[in-house]
Write a protein that binds this ligand. Structure first.
Ligand code: CMP
Length: 154
């Protein structure tokens, strides 16, 4: 099964949406496989946002990501990466669909509350950057039998 890395970013902690995010993902039927609070430093941010390093907003993005800790989570499910992206909404929060996390709670392109892995390859890279193997939990979610048809599980 796929896992997506989600960060509730510093503005998400300031705005008090950590519980809301967890609540939404739990209700969707995703399985929480890891969670921790962490302060991001320059070394980790340089790797995390390597694909943005030439963008004009990169210095501002790094400063913002160091203003408070983040809550890092691993959410697992069938097609979890694309499912989580749909739940969070597009980057520019004021254009995000109502019903998404950004669409319901944010307005900014930078202060958009939450990060989620863009694709499967990036999800695997981000999991390794953010979590030790001992911080990733595999547990039997007994209500999967009510969430998925048996044939959908692999
Ligand atoms: P995310 O898409 O999760 O990861 C890259 C982050 O950079 C993005 O969220 C925003 O927080 C930030 N970002 C993206 N585009 C801009 C922009 N044009 N100006 C400022 N910040 C941005």
């Amino acid at each position: 099964m796929e896992r997506s890395v989600v960060l509730v970013k510093p503005d998400g902690l300031q705005r008090g949406v950590v519980g809301e995010v967890i609540h939404r993902f739990e209700r969707k039927g995703l399985r929480l496989s890891g969670i921790k609070m962490i302060s991001l430093d320059d070394a980790l941010l340089d790797e995390w946002y390597a694909h943005h390093k030439d963008k004009s907003f990169f210095p501002s993005l790094k400063e913002y990501m160091k203003t408070a800790p983040v809550v890092a989570m691993l959410w697992e499910g069938v097609d979890a990466v694309s499912t989580v992206r749909k739940l969070i909404g597009v980057t520019k929060a004021r254009e995000a669909e109502a019903g998404t996390v950004r669409g319901d709670f944010a307005m900014s392109q930078q202060y958009n509350l939450i990060h989620a892995s863009e694709n499967k390859e990036i999800a695997q890279k981000e999991e390794k950057l953010m979590f030790l193997p001992s911080e990733v939990f595999s547990w039997e979610k007994t209500d999967y039998k009510h969430i998925y048809l048996k044939e959908e599980l692999f």
